[in-house]
Design a binder for this molecule. Structure first.
Ligand SMILES: [Zn+2]
Length: 662
């Protein structure tokens, strides 16, 4: 039997570690809960549950670690080995304490003075690193000293009572959390069609591509010579529309076949939750045995950050420089075991854990000089500062294709055309002194996108497998986030079918079309339609959300922000495009924003606001033609602005939005 005093020596670091782990997680939770974060859209109860449940797995790991150390130490009590293990065990609470201090200090200095780990370079970075080291050693020495001076054999009652109480509270929280099961319909799974070989799939999207600016869509500059040369083999959607005007919700609609009004993923930091995290094209393809890769940017449209679960095998560049992260093994465990309810039930905690891990590891890796911390905005808007450019993205895609066993699924999103500064490797249209936000610079960036496309096609051709690929070329929204038509071309294996779709297609249709081509039934939860066999209904409304950023009124110099709160949570406008007309509804709930909107419309249409009001009978709807539309309908078939408002309002209501304020 071990003497109580010996047990007491172990209890002290154990209870300290558990209490510190709770303090750490709860402070992190407070950080997320008090700012705009993925928690914002959760109910208060769900927010609390995340904070209370999240420390539990850490406490369990701590208990297991201590159990192991204690069991070994018991073999030779009071030997140098036992003492050494006890000394080792104190590194756990001191490590957590240092991490807590680092995050607390860094968050404080960064939000107050704009200075933090992220901004340190050279001498300052070295000073921070030394500070971290000194702090770690100092805390460790202090803890061991305090434990030694404690009366022999004493059990730290208060500390251990606190640890037990905290675990108890977490367990209650677990029992309160409702069970969400993914159910028999498998959410994201399909049975492999027996009759045919599965093609490899590539969805290649360029950010902010206007169809009107591609020579493949009859633009007068030869911006897409390669696409022009192969477009005869494609099924081309002449009038394709995005379902959101921002990257993340648009890519999400593309990969899930669900509208942002259903998933509620409107803008960062919104994420997919519950079933939506598991219902997507990559999940279905994975169940069919596809090996998959997602390459976007690491911050805004990263599918792991958007909480696509059980989706891609590999996501972006993470981990060691140049490495590509394997998606969470923990997540895989939850799903592949018999406990398929568990993954969905604790998806929010798993997500919170991933964000916590990222926050601390980014800082530690920066201070250990292993990897620089990222600047989220520069990642997409400034080509000079991107940690990963389009060339690296393409290299990663080709490397993945070369080493993976088919069937392969890749989604790659390129950013050279994002803006406001456009990136290209060569200036063809742009004069040397022209600004890099000019139309010519944009056209050069499209030409660059076309070159990347050529690089991929030629690589696949050389490898001898081009005819086994289903390739989709598209974009997430028009130039500068506008509602223009986007390119959408399907290259099916052996070019069958090819041709033209004139009626409106949507990005929402990509996932159903891919599944249809595979011979896999399209799940009911997908809201798009397969474009494989026939033209879509010309009068089908194509819904599109426009997240509320900032509106600037040129006349009055007023700047105002759309309401971020309920009921529309950052969605500023909802539009429906029916045939060649776009009906955009303002969802603002205050008068001022309505007036700004009216002036905006007057400018667009050249109609006097007073008269315009009479004309539309509703101040909320703006009707504009879709630029360059190639299949206009008889105007008599189109809804009036008031009818369009009805359609849009009904759409919101059917998705559970409270429209009483409109
Ligand atoms: Zn975008």
């Amino acid at each position: 039997m071990t003497a109580p005093s010996a047990l007491g020596r172990w209890q002290r670091p154990l209870c300290t570690t558990i209490v510190y782990a709770y303090v750490y997680v709860i402070l992190e939770w407070l950080f997320f809960a008090t700012k705009q974060s993925f928690l914002t859209r959760f109910s208060i109860l769900d927010q609390l549950l995340v904070g209370l449940i999240a420390p539990l797995p850490i406490a369990a790991c701590v208990a297991v670690a201590f159990g192991g150390l204690w069991a070994v130490a018991r073999l030779a009590p009071r030997s140098p080995l036992a003492n050494g293990l006890l000394w080792l065990s104190w590194w756990l609470p001191s490590g957590i304490a240092v991490a807590t201090l680092l995050l607390f200090f860094d968050t404080f200095t960064y939000t107050t003075f704009g200075v933090g780990v992220r901004t340190t370079e050279g001498g300052w970075r070295a000073a921070y690193s030394l500070g971290l080291l000194a702090c770690t050693v100092g805390v460790q020495v202090r803890m061991i000293r305090r434990s030694r001076t404690a009366p022999a054999g004493s059990v730290p009652r208060g500390l251990c009572t606190a640890a037990i109480a905290l675990i108890g509270v977490s367990l209650v929280a677990v029992s309160v959390r409702e069970t969400t099961c993914l159910g028999e319909d498998g959410t994201a799974s399909a049975t492999r069609p027996v009759q045919k070989r599965l093609p490899n799939i590539l969805i290649l999207s360029g950010d902010g591509l206007d169809a009107d600016s591609l020579s493949a869509y009859r633009y007068d500059r030869a911006t897409t010579p390669f696409l022009d040369s192969i477009k005869d083999q494609a099924l081309i959607c002449e009038n394709a529309l995005a379902n959101a005007s921002a990257t993340a919700p648009s890519i999400t609609a593309m990969l899930t076949g669900k509208l942002p009004t259903r998933t509620r993923l409107i803008y960062a930091p919104d994420i997919l939750v519950e079933r939506d995290s598991y219902e997507h094209l990559p999940g279905i393809l994975r169940s069919l045995g596809y090996r998959s890769l997602s390459i976007t940017d690491r911050i805004h449209a990263d599918v792991s950050r958007l909480n696509f679960r059980n989706a891609f095998d590999r996501v972006n560049f993470r981990g060691p420089p140049g490495g590509i992260e394997q998606t969470s093994g923990l997540d895989r465990l939850f799903l592949t075991s018999a406990t398929s309810c568990m993954g969905a039930r604790f998806a929010s905690e798993l997500y919170f854990h991933a964000r916590m891990r990222e926050r601390i590891s980014n800082r530690i890796l920066h201070l250990l000089w292993i990897r620089d911390m990222e600047d989220p905005m520069a990642e997409v808007v400034d080509p000079e500062q991107q940690s990963m450019g389009d060339a690296e993205r393409i290299t990663a895609v080709l490397d993945f294709i070369d080493v993976s066993e088919p069937p392969i699924f890749v989604h790659a999103h390129l950013y050279g055309t994002h803006g406001p500064l456009y990136a290209s490797r060569e200036a063809v249209f742009k004069a040397d002194d022209a600004p890099s936000y000019s139309t010519e610079a944009y056209d050069d960036a499209i030409l660059d996108f076309d070159r990347y496309m050529r690089q991929i096609f030629e690589h696949l051709k050389r490898a001898g497998g081009l005819e086994d690929w289903l390739i989709v070329v598209t974009s997430d929204h028009g130039k500068k986030w506008r509602s223009n038509r986007v390119p959408l071309l399907f290259f099916f294996p052996r070019a069958a079918p090819s041709g033209i779709r004139v009626n409106n297609c949507q990005l929402l249709d990509i996932a159903p079309t891919v599944l249809d081509a595979l011979g896999v039934p399209v799940p009911e939860w997908m809201q798009g339609r397969s474009l494989l066999v026939k033209e879509p209904d010309p009068l089908r409304p194509s819904f599109r959300i426009i997240p509320g950023a900032v509106e600037y009124d040129l006349e009055t110099q007023e700047v105002w922000k759309h309401e971020q709160g309920p009921p529309f949570h950052g969605m500023a406008f909802l539009s429906a495009t029916i045939c060649h007309k776009n009906y955009r509804m303002n969802l603002a709930l205050n008068e001022q924003s309505m007036r700004v909107m009216e002036r905006y419309r007057a400018k667009q249409t050249g109609v006097d606001p007073q008269q315009d009001r009479k004309l539309h009978r509703s101040g909320r709807i703006t009707v504009l033609p879709v630029k360059g539309h190639t299949g206009p309908c008889d105007p008599k078939e189109l809804p009036t602005p008031l009818e369009a408002q009805e359609i849009l309002t009904r759409h919101l209501e059917s998705n559970g939005y409270d429209t009483s304020g409109l």
